[in-house]
Design a protein around this ligand. Structure first.
Ligand code: ADP
Ligand code: MG
Length: 345
């Protein structure tokens, strides 16, 4: 690369200059945001609604690799993964705070790029950025996002409401984000050996998008209303289907039967898995980052959802004594294991 772009060192602006640069064009959208950035604290007014809060932290080298993740995508994704948790409660996210720790290898322009993704997510989902914190890091980048949302008290959907005979359902398709990551990792290895080789991404736009620009299921509340169904339990799929199912079973004190052949997967996911010699089931069960929703419905609701292309019944809830089991395509029954991605391993 011969291109030289002038970049600004963060020390030229200082902490307050940087905060000002990043936040000066923010316009508040929600009436519940009484006060945003600029005082010692933000002020939120949800009137008679319940407040729902969730936080996630992402660290460089553990949760993302800046070799192949553009900063704008990283900003977008770090917001979306938090919103997903709020939608999984059947609540509506309204405000976020963003805290960053940055090392001196980042320029002002790089952090602006990160914020352009954060702001795009705020636009797309109708969220106000109301505060945060800015500090330095000796090594990599750390981003922590906290999201606040509102919910009607009697409409919140917990993990704990599943009952034996309930249908186990998912939105969308699974395993795509994991296979997208495998593709990016493969091309990154090739690049490290020979930077002149162009990456081969043709035909894999869907799984790359699933990894680099995931979306949260903002639309799902509407879908439920239209179908006139109400989940007994719900969780978002961030760590892989297997561990999310186990969370529902544990919280609801039940078992389950999950059918391998029913797990929805996109063709690109299957194709990439074949190319890399990975069992696509592993991608769906243990891959994670799909940000779809896993939920349970009373069995009597089956007729209402059976023709919805976006919802797939993948199994059902059983008594706890029957355990949580996967029924393979071959017909054997094996205990599910929560092999979801574990950052502390
Ligand atoms: P304090 O000294 O009270 O922590 P700061 O100087 O850190 O205040 O922050 C000033 C204002 O800017 C506050 O409203 C804070 O929430 C906001 N802020 C600080 N860092 C960020 C950031 N990275 N993103 C968004 N808002 C921020
Ligand atoms: Mg501060």
């Amino acid at each position: 690369m011969t291109e030289t772009k002038r970049t600004t060192e963060i020390s030229e602006l200082g902490e307050f200059g940087l905060i000002d640069l990043l936040t000066r064009d923010i316009e508040l959208k929600n009436s519940s945001t009484v006060r945003g950035i600029g005082d010692d604290a933000a002020i939120i007014d949800y009137k008679n609604k319940q407040v729902v809060v969730s936080t996630d932290m992402l660290t460089e080298g553990v949760h993302f690799n800046l070799m192949y993740v553009p900063l704008k995508h990283l900003g977008y994704k770090s917001v979306v993964v938090n919103l997903s948790d709020i939608y999984a409660m059947n609540a509506t996210p309204r405000q976020i705070t963003v805290s960053i720790a940055i090392s001196n290898k980042f320029s002002v322009e790089a952090i602006e790029e990160l914020y352009s993704g954060i702001k795009l997510a705020c636009e797309t989902y109708g969220i106000d950025l109301v505060g945060g914190d800015t500090t330095s890091s000796l090594t990599g980048l750390v981003i922590s996002v906290t999201v606040l949302g509102e919910a009607d008290k009697n409409k919140i959907i917990y993990r704990s409401g599943a009952k034996p005979t309930d249908l186990l359902c998912v939105t969308g398709d699974l395993g795509g984000a994991y296979m997208g990551l495998q593709l990016l990792e493969r091309e990154n290895e090739v690049f490290k050996v020979n930077p002149k080789i162009q990456p081969e991404f043709i035909g894999y736009d869907y799984i790359l998008g699933r990894q680099l620009k995931p979306e949260a299921r903002k639309d799902f509340k509407e879908i439920l209303n239209k179908l006139e169904v109400y989940p007994t339990s719900m969780i978002d799929i961030s760590d892989g289907l297997s561990s999310e199912i186990m969370h529902i079973c544990k919280a609801s004190d039940t078992g389950c039967r999950l059918y391998e052949e029913k797990i929805p997967m996109d063709n690109q996911t299957k194709q990439m898995a074949e190319e890399l010699n990975i069992n696509p089931l592993v991608a769906a069960l243990n891959g994670g980052e799909d940000y779809e929703l896993l939920f349970t419905l009373p069995i009597n609701d089956f007729d209402k959802i059976k023709n919805d292309f976006d919802i797939t019944v993948i199994g059902h809830i059983t008594e706890k004594s029957e355990g949580a089991n996967l029924i393979t395509t071959g017909g054997s029954e094996i205990p599910l294991q929560a092999q979801g991605w574990n950052p502390l391993e």
